[in-house]
Design a protein around this ligand. Structure first.
Ligand code: NAP
Ligand code: MG
Length: 520
């Protein structure tokens, strides 16, 4: 037991500590000079109810530039109590503002947001390259997709029609689509801003409000973009952004009784866990998870084009792409020729400083990811795969990896079965269509597949037989805002983009009215 004086001393100490914390708070905005010389103000607080605020417990974390390994800034870290506050704000905004807003007002706000993303595109792209490590070439592409997608969502907002259902003359029956309520959204670090838009776009178009957790590794673009939401006329509380850890914020969102839906993009293991946690409150869950996608080159393809496509399929975005074409299958008669061309082309891809306009492949996003990739290089070597090019770190500062090709792999090797999430690709040989279909489908995943051929029969027949949510023919990693994207098997549940995304965020209400025969 403490003595009275000791207890009083402890109390006054903790009072002093709290006071100190209050006055030594990290700022809620910091001026940042981007590596390309642009300057801007970075919000560093939690975005709750239209304001940037410190986390209640005043916890913070550092954000690292993966190209230099240096600290960019410090951001407030949300905890369970902050989640509760944000969910309450989102619930109130849902009930009093957004779900009852005129559809054309929701549309206008999303159009405004798309315009503001466009107006700020260079800043957003540079933030993304600094925080994630991807080349400016990649982040500019992401930002362009973001504005197109938000505008497309705005277009849906006033077209959420229901149905009149024919149930005979004695009833008038119709169905309408209603929003779900507060949506918890958990996004990864490989496409921070693009995933922010894939999540908030359809949720807002359909009248829901959101509490979104960016990945701890890459919180900056979502925080910057949340202030654009306000400027666009989206009311306070409709969009809330909580940087913080998955184990705390993600977990609380998944379990929260007032969160009606969880939308998650990330690893299959975390997705599986979220689904279990969300089961207790029977939430709607959509998951966009991992992949190990096959990319098939038939001998009749335009081989030079195919080589560029298969290289882009794996090395785009430093290989940190859920649908990366990480298993290449080349028909036996052209195997050595295509492999040689692929090696030569890959060695021309410039790796390094994401702000160098000539660089194609920037840094991996984190130290953890760098080491995971290098571990897989060792796994592949120990399994007997033939290293064709790469297989090591590029430079000694920053998390860069040389684009890596392993050939002559066997289908049961770990390097062929497991998702690496980096610039590493395996190459195998096949001879017949049946054989390559069996190889392509021998995976727990089913996110995407690529087919390179000049034979339309082969293109359609193989597309029909391959188990994947997206099939690209004579192209790869080719996204469009109107085309649904998502996985078969353990690659996920639900689809993003296009009209398919809207059903993730709505529920159907049926109304059946009995019609009596009028007397007079
Ligand atoms: P992850 O755990 O799936 O992280 C994705 C998001 O989920 C992050 O925001 C993370 O928060 C959050 N999260 C983590 N644990 C959670 C939990 N218990 N409840 C709720 N949310 C949680 O992925 P990772 O560990 O960053 O990466 C591991 C591997 O996953 C990668 O190597 C790659 O293979 C795969 N991956 C796939 C995708 C994809 O697009 N499909 C994206 C990223 C990673 P924190 O910020 O705290 O981590
Ligand atoms: Mg970072």
């Amino acid at each position: 037991m403490f003595s009275r004086t000791r207890t009083t001393a402890l109390k006054s100490n903790s009072f002093a500590r709290n006071l100190l914390r209050l006055y030594s708070q990290a700022p809620l905005r910091v001026p940042i000079t981007l590596p390309n010389g642009l300057t801007y103000e970075q919000p560093t607080g939690l975005f709750i109810n239209g304001e940037f605020v410190a986390s209640k417990q005043k916890k913070t974390f550092d954000v690292i530039n993966p190209s230099t390994e240096e600290k960019i800034t410090t951001v407030y870290k949300a905890m369970e109590d902050d989640v509760d506050t944000a969910v309450a704000a989102a619930k109130k905004a849902f009930e009093t503002k957004w779900s009852i807003a005129e559809p054309e007002d929701r549309a206008r706000a999303l159009f405004n947001l798309a315009d503001l993303v466009e107006k700020n595109q260079e800043t957003l792209a540079a933030i993304e390259s600094m925080d994630n490590g991807k080349s400016l070439f990649c982040s500019r592409g992401d930002v362009a997709l973001v504005s197109k997608y938000l505008r497309s969502c705005g277009g849906w907002a006033d077209k959420l029609n229901g149905n009149v259902i024919d149930t005979g003359k004695d009833h008038f029956t119709y169905s309408i689509k209603e929003p779900l309520g507060v949506c918890g959204q958990i996004i990864p670090w490989n496409f921070p801003l693009l995933m922010w838009s894939w999540k908030i776009g359809p949720a807002l178009a359909t009248g829901n409000t959101v509490v979104l957790k960016p990945a701890e590794t890459t919180p900056l673009s979502a925080l910057f973009a949340s202030q654009l939401c306000q400027e666009a006329g989206i009311p306070a509380g409709v969009v809330n952004i909580l940087p913080g850890s998955g184990r705390v914020v993600g977990e609380r969102l998944s379990a929260h009784p007032d969160v009606k839906k969880i939308a998650f993009t990330g690893s299959t293991a975390t997705g599986r866990h979220i689904m279990k946690v969300a089961a207790d409150t029977v939430k709607k869950v959509t998951l966009e998870l991992g992949g190990k996608s096959p990319n098939i080159v038939f001998a009749d393809a335009d081989l030079d084009k195919a080589v560029k496509n298969i290289a882009f399929g794996i090395f785009f975005n430093s290989g940190e792409v859920c649908c990366a074409g990480s298993r290449i299958y080349i028909q036996d008669t052209v195997y050595e020729e295509v492999l040689k061309k692929l090696k030569e082309y890959t060695e021309t891809l410039k790796v390094g400083d994401p702000f160098n306009e000539k660089v194609f492949q920037g840094a991996q996003t984190s130290d953890k990811q760098l080491h995971k990739i290098l571990d897989y290089v060792n796994v592949a070597k120990s399994e007997g795969a033939r290293l064709v090019t790469g297989g090591e770190r590029y430079g000694d500062k920053g998390y860069f990896v040389k684009p890596t090709i392993f050939a002559d792999v066997k289908e049961d090797m770990r390097i062929v079965k497991e998702e690496v999430f980096g610039p590493i690709v395996t190459v195998s040989k096949f001879s017949t269509v049946d054989e390559v279909i069996a190889m392509a489908n021998d995976s727990q995943y089913g996110l995407a597949a690529g087919i390179h051929t000049n034979d339309i029969n082969k293109a359609i027949n193989v597309s029909n037989r391959v188990k994947a949510g997206t099939v690209w023919v004579n192209t790869y990693n080719n996204f469009h805002q109107n085309v649904p994207f998502g996985g078969f098997g353990q690659s996920g549940i639900g689809r993003e983009m296009g009209d398919a995304a809207l059903s993730n965020y709505t529920q159907v209400k049926s109304v059946r009215i009995a019609i009596d025969k009028p007397i007079r």
